[in-house]
Design a protein around this ligand. Sequence first.
Ligand SMILES: *[C@@H]1O[C@H](CO)[C@@H](O)[C@H](O)[C@H]1NC(C)=O
Length: 590
Amino acid sequence: MMLSFVSLLSFTLLFIHGGSTQPPFACDSSNPETKNYLFCQTELPITQRARDLVSRLTLDEKISQLVNSAPAIPRLGIPAYEWWSEALHGVSNVGPGVKFDGTIKAATSFPQVILTAASFDPYQWYRIGQAIGREARAMYNAGEANGMTFWAPNINIFRDPRWGRGQETPGEDPFVVGKYAVSYVRGVQGDTFQGGKLHGHLQASACCKHFTAYDLDNWKGTNRFLFDARVTVQDLADTYQPPFEKCVRDGRASGVMCAYNRVNGVPSCADSSLLFKTLRGEWDFKGYVTSDCDAVAIIHNDQGYAKAPEDAVVDVLKAGMDLNCGSYLQNYTKSAVLQKKLPESQVDRALHNLFAVRMRLGLFNGNPVPNPFGNIGMDQICSPEHQILALEAARNGIVLLKNDAKLLPLPKSTMSLAVIGPNANSPQTLIGNYAGPPCKSVTPLQALESYIKNTVYHPGCDTVSCSTGAIDKAVDIAKRADYVVLIMGLDQTEEREALDRVDLFLPGRQQELIVSVAKAAKRPVVLVLLSGGPIDISFAKDDPRIGGIFWAGYPGEGGGNALAEVIFGDHNPGNNLLIPSIANKMLYDQ
Ligand SMILES: *[C@@H]1O[C@H](CO)[C@@H](O)[C@H](O)[C@H]1NC(C)=O
């Protein structure tokens, strides 16, 4: 690689300047070359700037930029960039782009999406997106993130209730899911609630995933790499595509992720009809398309759809995919070009989309202060406003399923309370998957204790899977208390990425525990279910000894307090009797 002394020096200055808290921005004015580069001239159209930049790259440099961990190009003053970050319901450290090991240790953890969706409140969804986008930008500005492209929302239709990732989605209704997508994306990207005011700039970049017809992870020997979704043209149009169309057209999302699975035999990331004809053609998509992680490798290795690795590379780039999460394109693009299977123009096409998004994020404008989002400071992260919003979202999502004989709310004058269940005191259960470290954590048990001093707790089961337990001990404390609250349900050991359920029953001996406790208690008990996917509770529905039932999703960092508030009547959940998976009627107008 040719490095002139001057550009090496100025590149180094760019990073030393401001110390470790200075985020990397290309086109810094301290680099004397900057004024000669068209791609640095902010008054030019971004398409022209991106073309100029790509035209300056060697083939090897180009190929290096096709994967999620894009290295620096020092001779042009371009810093490294990490495309993979996650922010499903709060800024997360699941992807490599964001870490919480510096000055920032936590971010606001909103409820898992399936619970947030249950408020049916698009303005609340927008405000959550906005808060996440602000916290994300604040982390970047503080030098604690090396990417601003977040791979959320997950807007696959939750059609199979056993799907381990259903918790990440806004449910099974294509209309609700589309509405959620638009609100979240506008919020994260810095648009207004009504949309259309971005003028190209991005606060942070959102990504509609996983395109398309993905709702199986690992079920009875079939995994998502091998899953071939057989979908009729009508079902695709009625069910699976509307959320993506809204996410792109109305939300103006700047990213889309193609899924692992095949749709009617064709891998999603190699489907030009999907990526070119529908997405860019019909829906006017202007952003970048990333693969799910290692979704290119599987086209050859697992699916056998491509005969050689180079064919997989050709298939995805010609289909309109731009970025590979993984290293497959780094390894096999050069040989595809040398074997004359792939014209270099296909690589350029992808890079134009990729650099355009980085430019829209303001990362090629030098010093970030003139950028509309350059002033967002660390005070945004875990701000009181955002934490109240997380609490509100939990309150407004929790669903009251049963309240017989006016059992609820429980009196605050209760003399003694028994809290039972493996989910009562687990901070981890509250935040679900794709979470980051929460600003603070109050478990349901701790929150209930703040209402009733004389609270006794027993988990009843060893874990949520409840293969063994101490049902007798739980029965014992239930007998002696005025009121009993059972906090049961699922967690990530029962439903998660790469793990679907095989039935809808409570795991292990949970049902036995609930029934035994209810039998022994002085009064009818309150049952709280934490879960993403639905649970069959027919046994509890008509049992008069189970007087109250709540579904509380995975309610996030405010969830413990929200639950205690609804149980003791400080928040009325009575206007929320719908959950996304049973809703067919919207409470708001379009
Ligand atoms: C790409 O090559 C590197 C180095 O040889 C290897 O570690 C990696 O597994 C390869 N990636 C894929 C997806 O084949």
